[in-house]
Write a new protein. Structure first.
Lengths: 268, 273
């Protein structure tokens, strides 16, 4: 078996491990779909109400629904990386994994693949239900949707890897970060409003988040029917940097864990 | 009549294996950042196709040593060669040829036994994984457990499955941390029989950390006794019994640990293998 084939086989093994877990546990599948759907329903009603009140919003009836679905891409992608890694800690399986031929970068790639799967299931189901409930299809954005989805997915991966690095270094005590870290950047990501409404001093912070460029781009597509490629490429560039930082932190934390003997003893 | 422990500890060590050792450890040291030295200059060799035991009380440094051999823990200094490969530089060249089992490292609880084994078979690149899993299940007598969640198994059943996981890739070197911990005598005896048979058939080298002296006497050609991060006695079980003038390994072990408590012997650095 060649090196690349063997490597792909190991990545596949980890994806398989997670699909076994999903297949054998309907509550896990429900959990994936539940929150994006609840969020979509809530913002769908808010959207319906505000469309009648706001000329701005009336230009694009599904604006808030699109925003909440795309926001959940980011959130689910991040959780998809961090929670799946936590599963290995909960099951005390890390010692077996890291004495197998599985390389750390292969584990990272497997986590990203599983995250994509989880995000597609969770947000995909909510997007389909939005068609049923509100007659709004986010899929009408076509290839632009793919551009937004990919950028938010990658940003979620990067944050997820940073959270995993913290847990590798500080133990499961840092686990709750997986749930809250994303909400710290929500206000400056321009999910539901343009970042121009932020105070001047906060706008530069928003500019260094790929998500803010994505949501500005989404509004341009929905309200002005144009795709701002400059925003797209800025998001891509930032994501490359964030993903490298996330992967670098993970690998660094892994080395620290090996030096400190944490791989067999990670706990609270 | 019992020889004095000090006299026995200073007696010559067991002979060095003539062939290239399967495991060669030299001057291994692990110091943690806060100044705790868990392993302090350990050197030993394990000949190919033999079983060697690491004995020692709690905190003696056995698990730390095994963790370093596996690459889970980076040593502060020293060298580790397994099957002639430098583990610190090229661990991924040798990991596919190794197996590991420990009661303190679990498999995912919610996956069934067969799912767990198939995942690990793929991680190790085992050809025809289903067939290999079926072979091991038949051999270790857990075919009826294959479709049960791993988390629902008893301690003995888990140990058998964990052993099967460690044998999936037909390892040339098998590292085991307390392979029969918390097993009833019947289950423990079966595991030991499997290990003996595997070593004989495959010519595998086994290094096990254990508190079970009967197990060590039955399985091991070489015994290394650790205390305070150092190897303080080594040899075949027979050599140790003769050197310490005791009837059983347990008595040797107790003699060493109690003698230490009484402060009668200094902790000796490991001599070169």
């Amino acid at each position: 078996m060649s090196g690349i084939t063997a490597s792909l086989n190991r990545i596949y093994a980890m994806v398989l491990r997670y699909t076994y877990l999903l297949r054998g546990s309907w509550p896990r599948v429900l959990e994936l779909i539940y929150w994006p759907t609840v969020q979509m329903i809530l913002w769908g009603f808010i959207n319906q109400f505000l469309v009648g009140q706001s000329a701005w919003l009336a230009q694009a009836a599904g604006l808030f629904i699109a925003a909440v679905l795309l926001w959940d891409v980011l959130f689910r992608a991040q959780l998809g990386v961090s929670l799946v890694f936590f599963e290995e800690l909960y099951s005390r399986n890390l010692g077996h994994l890291f004495v197998s031929p599985l390389r750390p970068h292969e584990l990272i790639l497997a986590l990203l693949g599983i995250s994509l799967l989880r995000t597609a299931i969770g947000v995909g189901a909510a997007a389909l239900l939005a068609i049923v409930f509100y007659h709004y299809s986010i899929f009408d954005m076509g290839l632009y949707l793919l551009a937004f989805f990919t950028n938010l997915l990658v940003m979620g991966w990067a944050i997820g890897l940073m959270v995993v690095a913290l847990v590798l270094r500080y133990g499961l005590g840092a686990e709750s970060l997986a749930w809250v870290v994303i909400f710290a950047i929500t206000p400056i990501s321009g999910v539901y409003y343009p970042i121009s409404v932020l105070p001047d001093w906060l706008q530069p912070l928003a500019q260094i988040l790929p998500a803010s460029h994505v949501f500005e781009g989404m509004r341009a597509v929905m309200l002005e029917q144009r795709f701002p490629s400059d925003l797209f490429w800025q998001a891509v560039g930032l994501n490359v940097v964030y993903l490298c930082i996330g992967a670098g932190l993970f690998l660094y934390a892994f080395q620290v864990a090996r030096r400190r003997g944490l791989l067999l003893h990670i706990g609270e | 009549m019992s020889r004095s422990v000090s006299e026995a500890l200073s007696a010559p060590m067991a002979g060095v294996a003539a062939t290239r050792p399967a495991i060669a450890v030299e001057n291994l040291v692990k110091r943690y950042p806060k100044g705790v030295t868990a392993v302090d200059g350990v050197s030993f060799e394990v000949a190919p196709g033999t079983t060697c035991a690491l004995l020692g009380g709690n905190g003696a440094g056995k698990t730390t040593t095994l963790s370093m051999l596996l690459g889970l823990l980076l040593p502060s200094s020293g060298s580790i060669r397994i099957l002639g490969v430098d583990m610190l530089r090229h661990r991924y060249r040798v990991l596919p040829r190794m197996g590991f089992t420990s009661p303190y490292v679990d498999l995912p609880q919610r996956l069934t036994v067969i799912q767990n084994l198939l995942v690990y078979a793929r991680l190790y690149g085992v050809p025809r994984p289903r067939r290999r899993v079926a072979e091991l299940a038949a051999r270790l007598d857990f075919e009826s457990l294959l479709t049960r969640p791993y988390g629902s198994l008893s301690a003995g059943q888990r140990t058998r499955v964990s052993l099967a996981k460690s044998l999936l890739n037909e390892p040339e070197v098998l590292l085991m941390d307390e392979p029969t911990a918390s097993l009833d005598p019947d289950s423990a005896d079966r595991i030991r029989a499997h290990l003996e048979a595997y070593r004989r058939e495959r010519g595998a080298t086994i290094l096990l950390a254990s508190h079970n002296m009967q197990e060590v006497e039955r399985l091991c050609r070489q015994v290394l006794i650790m205390r305070s991060g150092r190897i303080v006695a080594r040899g075949s079980p027979r050599q140790l019994l003769e050197r310490f003038g005791r009837e059983t390994l347990e008595e040797v072990f107790l003699a060493i640990s109690r003698h230490e408590e009484e402060g009668k012997i200094p902790c000796q650095a490991s001599p070169p293998p």
